[in-house]
Design a protein around this ligand. Structure first.
Ligand SMILES: [Zn+2]
Length: 344
């Protein structure tokens, strides 16, 4: 089969659209014929190499899979050939205390399709049956692929870690990113007042008109923490959703109201955040880490996709052989929503 693979870490020139063997399936696996696979910043990290990442080559990229069931293992019930499906990107042991408690995101054996194990940028991918979800009605495969990883991550950040309450004021950074565009919509489900930041006026406008943000700030032209003070009448926000890290860290700490929560799931701008600890204890702030989410989080989010309240945001669709272009666009942040790859 054709697959988007790397044989070593490096630049976009290391991406190869090559012929590799079709993956074998175990008795508890489902073989999915891939129709679309969305990109995440994770694809860029995996291509470049991560300190503790050990993978087998050729390594197939891609974590966000939509497709059709091709074949099922002997122990699989209730999933039939021809079903349109989405794939939950986190593969876990299924038997540890965290998995059994429904917090499989805390499993010590947590693996992500396309990161630690072969991903979905291929004609076929074999995944455990637990990772199969029915495709919500009315979505194309490209739209479906734009959902799993970012909605899982954003749901866990906003709802589970952030503990959002109706009517709170929420700051979401990088509205044009996958997680940002999902977090704005989830916060609006809770009738929050959402302030979104983005790097261009056009993205700020789209965050308001297309995603429902109440206020927008161009972080390139304005100091966002000053703008937050003005918008909230010096009160600050209850909850901040961030994956940018270092560049916004001190502004984030300044922008939280008494008892505010900052949830961070990444550090794309750098990972050294300086914190004046006096703010943390005087204002009773909570700084909360988050990575991915549980399979149940994704199921919760999908209910609202089915009713049309949460929408996938597709920025661009490219062939898998054009993945280098997708990597460049992601690295240059020249996107609003998800880049989706389809088999050529
Ligand atoms: Zn486990």
């Amino acid at each position: 089969m054709k697959a988007l693979v790397i044989y070593e870490h490096g630049g976009v020139d290391k991406l190869c659209y090559d012929e590799i063997p079709e993956p074998p399936i175990r008795d508890s696996d489902v073989l999915v014929k891939v129709e679309a696979c969305a990109m995440n910043h994770l694809d860029v990290w995996v291509r470049k190499g991560l300190p503790h990442l050990k993978i087998e080559y050729p390594h197939v990229l891609g974590s966000d899979i939509a497709g059709v069931v091709e074949r099922t293992g002997r122990d699989v019930r209730g999933i039939e050939k021809g079903m349109r499906v989405l794939v939950s990107p986190g593969v876990t042991c299924g038997v540890c205390e965290h998995c059994l408690a429904g917090r499989d995101d805390l499993c010590r054996d947590y693996k992500i399709l396309g990161e630690n194990i072969p991903g979905g940028c291929a004609e076929y991918v074999a995944v455990p049956k637990e990772n199969i979800l029915p495709m919500p009605e009315g979505l194309t495969s490209e739209e479906g692929a734009a959902i799993p990883l970012v909605y899982l991550t954003a749901w866990h950040m906003v709802v589970v870690r952030g503990g959002i309450k109706p009517g709170e004021t929420v700051l979401v950074h990088a509205a044009g990113s996958g997680v940002g565009s999902a977090a704005i919509q989830i916060a609006k489900l809770y009738h929050a007042i959402v302030i979104a930041t983005a790097g261009t006026n056009k993205k700020v406008e789209r965050a308001k008109t297309e995603l429902g943000a109440d206020h927008g700030i161009n972080y390139k032209t304005h100091d966002f923490s000053k703008e937050i003070r003005a918008i909230t009448g010096k009160r600050g926000v209850d909850l901040i959703i961030d994956h940018t890290g270092e560049v916004n860290w001190q502004g984030n700490i300044r922008s939280l109201t008494m008892g505010g929560r900052l949830v961070i799931c990444g550090a794309t701008s750098g990972h050294e955040g300086m914190t004046d600890l006096r703010h943390v204890f005087f204002r009773r702030l909570s700084i909360l880490g988050s990575t991915m989410g549980s399979k149940a989080d994704l199921r919760e989010a999908l209910k609202h996709v089915s009713t049309g309240r949460l929408k996938p945001v597709v920025s661009k669709v490219l062939g898998m052989s054009e993945a280098a272009e997708g990597h460049r666009l992601l690295e240059e942040r020249d996107v609003f929503g998800k880049i989706v790859l389809i088999p050529d």
